[in-house]
Write a protein that binds this ligand. Sequence first.
Ligand SMILES: NC(=O)CC[C@H](N)C(=O)O
Length: 311
Amino acid sequence: MSNATLNRVVKEIADEMMERKDRGEVATYISELAGVDVNSFGLVVVDSSGHVAAGGDADATFSIQSISKVFTLTLALGMIGDKLWQRVGREPSGSPFNSIVQLERERGIPRNPFINAGAIAVTDAILSGHQPRETLGEILRFMQFLSGDPSIKIDEAVAASEQRTGFRNIALANYMKSFGVIENPVELTLGVYFHQCAIAMSCRQLALAARFLAHSGRNPSTGFLVVPAERARRINAVMLTCGHYDGSGEFAYRVGLPGKSGVGGGILAIAPGKASIAVWSPGLDANGNSRLGRDALEILSKRMGWSIFGS
Ligand SMILES: NC(=O)CC[C@H](N)C(=O)O
């Protein structure tokens, strides 16, 4: 597919999405996110040659929220390897992202690293042996390195607003702590977790950061191997099955790509061997996933023939 075709498809999707009226609702439980303009829309695709096709608000930054969980999972697997899977599972939960019910039956072991409980357990694993400030610096530098952009920052106002209202996450962390799944003081682990979710990035920065997942662990432009190919494949598998919480089945059915959403309205999607994609539309559906983000990815994947299940 030529650059011109990809550019045209991305622009047409962005134009169509800008016009849509049924945009979903912005998240309000994190007060700082409630003020984001629901009419924003951005889409960026980076293909294997490094060509960037951008549409809409491609350079506007937004709160990456749960998309950060893909990158903390990558770091945790790099630090402690497969031992991580003793503390967190890799099965879809079929429950909302902040659900607590399964934790009791499963003795504090979260179903997967992408629901909140699982992501908090992953962050706790990265934190062990470090100061929260060091761990947070490590996560932020990883994002800057992957996207080749040192200007990426944490939005402190978002982190503070989540810290103020994060009662569910505090409950989840304490509950896991009672089973010994959390090693560090819960307030330290949660401090890192709230700040990683508050990293602000644009669609362009996110799509660039995730190129290694689309290309067998390697940034195809620099040749730098971020993770072994097998690990990239496995992270993509967990994104496909768990990346949209109890909307993961619907996302696989409609889009057919590994993807990870965040309540800031972003979705990162991977077309293996082909492209890394970031989309942002802050209005969410009932599962807390970007409504137009998914619609845009459905059109993109169909028009480009990128579904992993066949074109
Ligand atoms: N789905 C999400 O993006 C949730 C992340 C958010 N920071 C929370 O913990 O509630």
